[in-house]
Write a protein that binds this ligand. Structure first.
Ligand code: ZN
Ligand code: ZN
Length: 103
């Protein structure tokens, strides 16, 4: 029982970190934030997505950092009937595939 609680804690913690520590690139004066490989990022320095949004910056229309992150697929956090981890990849923010979502 205790083990399940610990695993649950790390899963939640992992999801929280994933959501708030996405790295984007923006210069101090720039109004946009970029992905690392955008040609417009110039003298940009790295910051978290949360920090960039807090500073009033918006996503660059060329490199589209938001879509870039959305496309990142992660392995589903769900478990299959035999107790092994689901092997489907998902881009859903719940971290679960369509089958495990909402369970
Ligand atoms: Zn850009
Ligand atoms: Zn799944």
């Amino acid at each position: 029982m205790k083990k399940i609680l610990v695993i649950g804690f790390f899963l939640l913690f992992g999801l929280a970190v994933k959501g708030f520590s996405q790295t984007v690139y923006a210069s101090d004066k720039g109004e946009k934030y970029h992905t690392a490989d955008c040609k417009l990022s110039g003298d940009a320095k790295d910051m978290t997505l949360a920090a960039a949004k807090k500073a009033g910056k918006s996503a660059c229309g060329i490199c589209k950092p938001d879509e870039h992150m959305k496309d990142k697929l992660a392995q589903c956090d769900g478990k299959t009937a035999d107790g092994t981890r689901c092997k489907r990849m998902t881009g859903d923010k719940s971290g679960k595939c369509y089958q495990h979502k909402g369970k």
